[in-house]
Structures are given as structure tokens and as C-alpha cells.
Design a protein. Structure first.
Length: 72
């Protein structure tokens, strides 16, 4: 992993097509901007780590099956 110290308004290039810009620095928060071609997916890692949301049908089925073990 490459670790860089950057100041507000500075940018870093990744290859020829991706630019990362330091947009805002506050205590506990650094906002970055990413300029990349549209075909390059940019996804926050915590989004990938989340379990998928059940569909509305799955949630309805779960509610109907709760507490109905005596009927099975």
C-alpha cells in the first residue's frame, strides 16, 4: 500500500485516467474527489461488505413464518 501525505487542493494521479483530489480536511474527516472514466467502477468498500438487503417478498415471507412452528 502506498501511503501519501497530501495538502488541501492537491491531487494524485493513478495511471493516466484517474485523479484523486483532496477536497476538504476537517477534524476526523477527509473528503476526496475522484475523477475517472465512466467505465471504471468506484465503490466504497463498506458498501461491498454489507450483507445484501432482502427483497420485499423475502421480508413478508419472514414475518409470516415467525412463530408459526406449531402449524408445521
Amino acid at each position: 500500500m502506498l501511503v501519501l501525505s497530501r495538502k488541501l487542493g492537491t491531487s494524485t494521479l493513478i495511471g493516466q485516467d484517474i485523479r484523486v483530489v483532496i477536497v476538504e480536511i476537517r477534524p476526523g474527516v477527509v473528503k476526496i474527489g475522484i475523477e475517472a472514466p465512466r467505465n471504471v467502477p468506484i465503490v466504497r468498500e463498506e458498501i461491498l461488505d454489507r450483507p445484501p438487503n432482502p427483497s420485499p417478498i423475502d421480508r413478508i415471507d419472514d414475518r409470516h413464518s415467525e412463530g408459526n412452528d406449531a402449524h408445521r
